[in-house]
Write a protein that binds this ligand. Structure first.
Ligand code: ADP
Length: 324
């Protein structure tokens, strides 16, 4: 696959720019005033509960749906009405990817490649990339769920697109397959491609994404780097102290402890001053059996989606435009 060449001048615009995009189905507003810019070469994760509007927003970016209002630019061009100049530059994998099931893996991918004018060498290289080399002669019908998923991803990549939309690509993969795919995705990013990634695996988003956007009820409640989100919204750390070592009241009174809870054989101490609380627990009971858990993107996500559902925040500030 050929690597994208970085643009110059006007070509340096973000890969995707959406301004105040809305889309309703009947009376129900699926996407509600979303503004967002995704940089070239960025690995961008779109997160949110089922029904939040992720697919609708992504389909608008892909040019598969028309927004009711607002503007969308992909590489500076409108993806709607169907923009044939953009198509070769985009790769799309969806949950309902279509396959030529009676063909072999190689035949299927050659057929897809031919639609975009990609050659046989691209087919072989892509099968290698997604870990399907050696399965070329297997009929698509006979692939496992995980292998089909890889073929769907290969079908989105075979023509060497600059911007790749992946919708829960690891959904059907076992843990080993997921980790293998992470390597593939990191490789695509290293080649300079832009990736828009929808996932429910928060660990995945934390490990892979440069930035994530969290959609709740059609609104983008936040757009930020995972680590920055964790620092900003995270609940700090949790210390798990085996029950019977401290009583709850004693734990609550330790300097630096924000909250105390009992969970599954442990007293859970929430703190933003981990060192101080660890030292205090050490002095009282020793640290044998005490575990620490740092805040994760999942904690932040659960907090923001619960809060967002109750009180949708104003649009997330996306300061890309100022930086550009
Ligand atoms: P997500 O991808 O986050 O699960 P969707 O974009 O699929 O969210 O859906 C957002 C909202 O729009 C949901 O309430 C869903 O029921 C509704 N919706 C999605 N597609 C359609 C459609 N074609 N017709 C009517 N309602 C739809």
């Amino acid at each position: 696959m050929s690597a994208p060449t970085p643009g110059t001048g006007p070509g340096d615009r973000p890969a995707v720019e959406a301004v105040d995009v809305t889309k309703s189905y009947g009376a129900s507003r699926a996407v509600d005033g979303v503004s967002l810019a995704i940089r070239r070469g960025e690995f961008f994760g779109l997160l949110g509960p089922n029904g939040a509007g992720k697919s609708t927003l992504v389909e608008i970016m892909e040019g598969l749906r028309r927004a009711d209002s607002g503007t969308v630019r992909v590489f500076g061009e409108s993806p709607w009405p169907r923009n044939t100049r953009l198509l070769p530059r985009l790769g799309v994998q969806t949950q309902s990817s279509a396959f030529f099931v009676r063909q072999t893996v190689h035949e299927h991918l050659r057929t897809v490649a031919a639609l975009f004018g990609a050659d046989r060498a691209a087919v072989d290289a892509t099968l290698e990339t997604v870990g399907l080399a050696g399965r070329e002669r297997v009929r698509v019908d006979d692939l496992s769920g995980g292998q089909r998923q890889r073929l769907a991803i290969a079908s989105a990549l075979v023509h060497g697109p600059e911007l790749i939309f992946l919708d829960e690509p690891t959904a059907a993969l076992d843990p080993e397959g997921r980790r293998d795919l992470w390597q593939v995705l990191r490789g695509l990013k290293a080649e300079g491609r832009t990736i828009v990634y929808t996932t429910h695996h928060l660990d995945e988003a934390e490990a892979l994404c440069d930035r994530v956007g969290i959609l709740v009820a059609g609104k983008l409640v936040v757009t930020d780097e995972p680590q920055h989100l964790i620092r900003t919204f995270g609940t700090g750390s949790r210390l798990l102290v085996p029950l019977g070592r401290l009583d709850e009241q004693q734990a609550r009174e330790l300097p630096g402890v924000d909250a105390v809870d009992v969970q599954g054989g442990h007293l859970v101490l929430e703190t933003r001053a981990t060192g101080r609380v660890l030292a205090a627990v050490d002095a009282l009971t020793g640290l044998d059996g005490v575990q620490t858990r740092t805040a994760s993107l999942e904690d932040v996500y659960l907090e923001l989606t619960a809060r967002g559902a109750a009180h949708p925040a104003p649009h997330a500030t996306d300061n890309l435009e100022q930086q550009a």
